[in-house]
Design a protein around this ligand. Structure first.
Ligand code: ADP
Ligand code: MG
Length: 329
């Protein structure tokens, strides 16, 4: 995929903030807040895949959900096809819901175990006005075929499917209403490596077929490499680097991106946590470190890093990093 092909922004995020209040005391006053997303700016272009990576707890899911308006932003704006959507009326939102979908990590928990596959995939069609059952069944059959499943699967229940098949069902449900934009939130993270590749290939095929735009979220930078046109790296509520994939993988500028990249390329699937060549865990987003949020773990930090916050700046054409000492190796 070439840059020139998708230059129109589909989704634009400006100064987006999402804080979760923490209440305490007898009066249940707000005593602190979880700064899950803290002043994020990004653009997702029509037809592209933007990878969003960072360790667990960095705010990726919150960012994805806030873009989709599944969470109300604390402040900032989200535009879809040039229209701000953070304060839309319910009917406009209902129409927008068709265009913006999400695929979750664990297809099993997001699929109702008591409903057959034809019900699960037919449900959004029904909700959006396809009343005739036979029409729905025809549509479901066609959608199943699109994701590599068959007619024989229609009457089965989620527990009768393998992990990869269930993820195909999750995808089928997401594309049923012909959306334009899909947030894939750790969509392949629970799958074996070989199945991961199949599902990623399916997502790529669907993207071409239906001109889809993806925000592809993963805690693993290596997983997003093959599917992403561009990648944004998130740390403690902030984007710390973004660039076209080739640039980011060949020439990472931010020390956090470098650390993510040097973690093992083929993580043992039985291992939950990746080992990073930096020490410790992500600090609490309730009290993020002052200055650069990464300074407490940064191998190249200096005095200024705990005092001033580095802005996301364009270091090379199209490559942005938020680090005073960002440089290529
Ligand atoms: P990621 O997807 O990168 O793992 P999340 O967006 O899930 O990160 O979470 C970011 C931070 O926000 C975490 O500290 C998490 O505990 C917190 N968080 C997420 N959802 C809520 C919520 N509904 N209420 C309070 N805190 C939340
Ligand atoms: Mg998440």
């Amino acid at each position: 995929m070439h840059d020139a092909q998708h230059t129109n922004p589909l989704v634009t995020v400006d100064n987006l903030v999402k804080y979760y209040p923490i209440k305490g005391g007898v009066l249940l006053k707000e005593i602190a807040s979880v700064k899950a997303v803290d002043d994020v700016n990004l653009t997702i272009r029509q037809g592209e895949t933007l990878g969003l990576v960072g360790e667990s707890g960095c705010g990726k899911s919150t960012l994805g959900r806030t873009i989709l308006q599944l969470e109300r932003p604390t402040s900032g704006t989200v535009s879809f096809q040039g229209q701000e959507i953070q304060n839309t009326d319910p009917e406009t939102m209902r129409q927008l819901r068709k265009k913006m979908q999400i695929i979750f990590q664990d297809p099993f928990s997001s699929l109702n175990p008591r409903k057959s596959i034809s019900q699960i995939i037919g449900e959004p069609l029904l909700v959006h006005g396809m009343k005739s059952r036979s029409q729905r069944n025809d549509a479901v059959e066609q959608i199943l075929e699109t994701v590599g499943l068959g007619k024989e699967h229609m009457r089965r229940y989620p527990h009768q499917f393998s992990g990869g098949q269930r993820q195909r069902i999750g995808i089928a449900r997401a594309i049923a209403l012909k959306p334009e934009f899909i947030v894939c939130d750790e969509a392949v993270s629970a799958l074996d490596v070989s199945i991961q590749a199949q599902v990623i290939n399916l997502l790529k095929d669907l993207q071409e077929q239906f001109n889809l735009t993806y925000l592809f979220i993963s805690h693993d930078l290596h997983v997003v490499e093959y599917i992403s046109d561009r990648v944004a790296v998130m740390y403690l509520g902030k984007i710390v680097e973004s660039a076209a994939s080739e640039k980011l993988y060949q020439n990472p500028l931010h020390p956090y991106t470098k650390a993510l990249l040097s973690s093992s390329p083929m993580p043992d699937p039985t291992y939950k946590r990746q080992s990073l060549p930096i020490s410790g865990d992500v600090p609490s987003p309730i009290n993020p470190p002052p200055g650069c949020r990464f300074h407490t773990r940064c191998p190249i930090k200096r005095d200024v890093c705990s005092k001033e916050e580095p802005k996301l700046m364009e270091h090379q054409p199209g490559q942005f990093a938020a680090c005073f000492f960002a440089k290529s190796e």
